[in-house]
Design a protein around this ligand. Structure first.
Ligand SMILES: [Zn+2]
Length: 396
């Protein structure tokens, strides 16, 4: 038996006036997901419990069958694994974004949480210098992908409160600075980074080319290494994970999955959808389980880009779901699960904890007319503890 999970990050949404009260999932052309809903089983699943931050880390921990109450220790430890950084038990892993801060009327605000999608090569140069300037005394900085990087604080404290920068676009940062024991150290680091990043050669060049500068680091998403039993230990399956996002690769490593890198997978609207499906089918030849994650709809949601979100959903349906369906027919028995991890509503430009629609195929529980939020609700099938959904998928 072969199992596959296809995640369209942030795909679900709320009704939008511009679409005549429809959601992007309702407005997008999705013949493959609609067919799965008509012939398979559709329902709602809640991947983010109310007491947790509505992030992909919590949501996809649930999708892979891990109860967040038992296993969630923050976003950054997962990303650390994906860039090969081993954490000691008392290490605190911290997400280090490169951001663009703006100034207006003497107020400092979050202009761009991604420093205008700085390239990985430019960012590597900057993070190397950040480590030189601010590293030492138990602090180390490690380069990641684009604007997503890592700081490790050996012996760092618990219970720091921090804010994801993508939640405060356009807002004054003074209201969202780190709080709690050790927060002064974080604030000092962020302020110090602004001093030398102002004149950094990479930023000078970026501004000459019309791009926003990475003029500060922003620290958040901290935690210690999680202790996850692997999917092999839990369900006896060998699997692989395909994603451009470090968080997913790290989660895959802790879950005992093989991380497969697809050329041209960017984690953005221009990602290699087709390549992801092709590599997944290749993995299926030797593995029992594959999880494919596509970040694009979420990025469009964060940017309030309605057209981009509809296009990302249509590309996901055609190039990932459609191709996977075609290719899976070579296997005698398989079961597929397609879902968003959490909603990223265009109007809110950030994640919510609302339940999301899922479809499982082949399956005979509850059919729907199309793969939409409304049809999933109308089905009456609701999986309140999202981490239990995988048991339905893997049921013999
Ligand atoms: Zn997500």
């Amino acid at each position: 038996m072969k199992y596959i999970i296809l995640i369209g990050d942030g795909m679900s949404d709320d009704p939008i006036k511009e679409l005549g009260g429809r959601t992007p999932l309702q407005a997008a052309k999705t013949p493959n997901m609609d067919m799965l809903a008509q012939k398979g089983s559709i329902g709602l699943v809640k991947n983010v419990p109310d007491e947790y931050p509505p992030g992909s880390d919590v949501a996809i921990l649930s999708v892979l069958g891990y109860d967040p109450a038992k296993y969630y220790t923050g976003r950054s430890p997962l990303e650390a694994a994906s860039i090969g950084v081993k954490l000691a038990p008392d290490d605190l892993a911290v997400r280090c974004n490169l951001v663009t801060l703006g100034q207006k009327d003497g107020k400092v605000y979050m202009d761009d949480f991604s420093a205008d999608h700085i390239t990985t090569d430019e960012a590597k140069e900057i993070i190397r210098d950040v480590d030189k300037e601010l590293g030492g005394n138990g602090f180390r900085f490690y380069p990641g992908v684009s604007y997503r990087h890592l700081m490790v604080w050996s012996g760092g404290p618990d219970n720091l409160e921090t804010t994801p920068p993508h939640d405060i676009t356009g807002k004054e940062i003074k209201d969202y600075l780190p709080k709690g024991k050790g927060s002064d150290k974080f604030i000092q680091m962020m302020n110090a980074s602004q001093m030398f990043l102002k004149g950094h050669p990479v930023n000078i060049k970026r501004q000459e080319n019309g791009h926003k500068p990475a003029n500060s680091i922003w620290l958040w998403g901290q935690g210690r290494a999680p202790k996850l039993p692997t999917l092999k230990q839990r369900f006896g399956i060998e699997g692989s994970i395909i994603s451009a996002v470090d968080l997913l690769k790290g989660l895959g490593i802790y879950a005992g999955l093989k991380v497969v890198n697809v050329p041209g997978a960017t984690g953005y609207l221009d990602t290699n959808y087709r390549g992801k499906a092709e590599y997944a089918l290749k993995e299926m030849e030797t593995r029992d389980f594959v999880c494919v994650h596509v970040e694009a709809p979420d990025e469009a949601g964060h940017n309030g880009d309605l057209k981009g979100k509809i296009k990302a959903i249509e590309d996901f349906d055609k190039e990932v779901v459609g191709r996977a369906l075609d290719g899976l027919s070579q296997f005698k028995d398989y079961r597929m699960l397609v879902l968003p991890d959490h909603p990223t509503p265009i109007a809110k430009k950030t994640h919510t904890r609302d339940p999301v629609p899922f479809v499982m195929y082949p399956c005979n529980d509850s059919h729907g007319k199309a793969f939409t939020e409304a049809e999933a609700k109308a089905s009456g099938l609701f999986v309140e503890q999202g981490y239990k959904l995988i048991e339905r998928l893997l049921k013999k």
